[in-house]
Design a protein around this ligand. Structure first.
Ligand code: 48F
Length: 252
């Protein structure tokens, strides 16, 4: 016989256990787009305790929709990261093409199989700072934030935090507002107009620590540094995710 309250108890018990095991972690990643998912996979493979907090219910960020809603993405570089995750890549005219739905599903699976945890429906609304260093994130349920309810958030301690929030670079903006960034201008420059070739290169170049303990990856890196956007080409996102994982693994 199925007892309704067994279902309730099992869900609450399991989630509470999972959450409590993750209130003190090595790396908190904000955003489960392609860069955050790639960073999570490589950090978890290096033995780091990694959690991604994703505001939406479905991880995948801007990758699901491919280009103009056609479910295909293009990469010029970094296709090996897709293939490592078991994603089929078709080579044509010097590019690689992959199905965006397969790409998201397998990047999510690769991050989880490597040992990363994803909490969905959860938004990061602030960071913790001690002695001039970001040392954690402050989270709340997205539904509570959407409803604009006055419900206080809770804190997660992390040795490093990654802003992988895409075009909005939400975490960089919070730190910019409260402390100023440790970048050449100290400010979020805002992304520039579409230029795939330049944008791809700059995403990887701009992947760096922008405040002690806070790193930026993917489209957020270009938004912070004032570099171009690049549309549905995703190699830069993958390589940036891998780079930020290497930067953090070296330091922790
Ligand atoms: O936008 P997104 O996919 O970022 P990305 O990894 O990739 C960018 C590409 O998708 C595309 C592009 C490629 O050329 O330009 O745009 O840099 O994923 C960002 C994720 O962060 C989540 C958001 O829901 C999305 O899934 N996010 C944003 N703010 C928050 C957040 C927040 N405050 N808390 C939790 N999640």
């Amino acid at each position: 016989m199925i007892r309704d309250i067994d279902i309730t108890r099992l869900i609450i018990e399991e989630f509470s256990k999972d959450f409590l095991q993750n209130i003190k972690i090595d790396v908190a990643i904000v955003g489960a787009g392609p860069s955050g998912l790639t960073a999570a996979k490589y950090l978890a493979e290096k033995g780091k305790k990694v959690v991604i907090f994703e505001r939406k219910l479905s991880p995948g960020g801007g990758m699901w929709g491919g280009g103009i809603g056609y479910p295909y993405i293009v990469v010029k570089q970094g296709h090996e990261i897709l293939e490592e995750a078991g994603i089929k890549c078709i080579k044509r005219d010097g590019y690689w093409i992959a199905n965006s739905i397969e790409a998201v599903a397998k990047l999510v699976a690769a991050a989880i199989d490597a040992g990363a945890t994803i909490f969905n429906g959860m938004s990061v609304e602030d960071v913790m700072v001690r002695d001039g260093k970001v040392c954690g994130v402050v989270v709340n349920w997205s539904a509570i934030m959407e409803a604009n309810l006055h419900v206080d958030p809770v804190s997660i301690e992390a040795s490093a935090v990654i802003d992988a929030t895409g075009h909005d670079c939400n975490i960089a903006k919070i730190v910019e507002r409260k402390y100023g960034l440790k970048t050449p201008t100290g400010k979020v420059e805002g992304e520039k107009a579409m230029w795939a070739d330049e944008g791809e290169k700059k995403t990887v170049e701009n992947t760096t620590e922008i405040f002690p303990g806070l790193y930026v990856t993917g489209m957020a890196a270009n938004a912070v540094m004032g570099a171009p956007r690049m549309g549905p080409i995703f190699g830069g996102m993958l390589l940036s995710g891998k780079k930020v994982a290497e930067l953090i693994a070296e330091k922790l």
